[in-house]
Design a protein around this ligand. Structure first.
Ligand SMILES: O=C(O)CCC(=O)C(=O)O
Ligand SMILES: [Fe+2]
Length: 217
């Protein structure tokens, strides 16, 4: 029998599952640091509140978003881009906590991408019923750096497709503490999140939070 000091109500699996060349799920990789990460997320959201950005077409995004780090991803009528300041208040985005940097670096290294140094962390907040439609992360000029994506709170179904929008997608169940890394030949794969199911998580309540680390320069 193993003793898990950080046991929660989440399935407590660990280990890695390959999704495709350059893409892997690191089960439970962030579970031990979740409480620390949540305290940092609260600090960030107090300064740069979660908001529903507009798509270039004028629709409100389903997930609420904020950012930390030197650059933050923003969307509005003018398009998608990275900005050094929060357009809602003109202040620089809150700094990226050392715990975030280390987690992203270590997850990338475990996935075969040593030396990952993110300069942007998009924080997505999903309430039950909200989703993220199939898209590519392609606003970053340096496609040699991977994407590191951390799941906290309510479970979700991650869609992981191919390099063309019409390609079939795999459905991967993600729970609190799971980290997905995709880079190399998988860097531009389409991906998304199905509508989050109703539920209550022991640490986060009725929400899922996702941290998406990028190198945006
Ligand atoms: O919430 C997720 O797991 C995915 C988020 C995502 O793909 C993004 O922010 O670009
Ligand atoms: Fe994405």
């Amino acid at each position: 029998m193993t003793l898990d000091l950080f046991e929660t109500d989440d399935a407590s699996s660990t280990g890695r599952e390959a999704l495709a060349p350059g893409a892997v799920v690191l089960r439970g990789f962030a579970r031990a640091s979740a409480v620390l990460l949540l305290a940092e997320i609260e600090r960030i959201a107090a300064r740069a509140p979660f908001r529903h950005m507009l798509t270039p077409g004028g629709q409100q995004m389903s997930a609420a978003m904020t950012n930390c780090g030197p650059l933050g991803w923003v969307s509005d009528r003018r398009g998608y881009r990275y900005e050094p300041a929060d357009p809602q208040n003109g202040h620089p985005w809150p700094s990226m906590p050392e715990s975030f940097r280390r987690l992203a670096h270590d997850a990338a290294a475990a996935a075969g991408f040593p030396g990952f140094a993110p300069d942007a962390c998009l924080i997505n907040r999903y309430e039950p019923g909200t989703r993220m439609s199939l898209h590519q992360d392609r606003d970053e000029p340096d496609l040699t750096a991977p994407i590191v994506s951390v799941s906290l709170g309510l479970p979700a179904t991650f869609l992981f497709g191919g390099l063309n929008r019409g390609d079939a997608s795999d459905r991967i169940a993600l729970v609190h503490g799971d980290v997905v890394v995709w880079g190399g030949p998988s860097r531009l794969r389409f991906h998304g999140i199905l509508p989050v199911q109703e539920g209550t998580h022991s640490l986060l309540g009725r929400q899922r939070i996702n941290l998406t680390f990028r190198k945006a320069t």
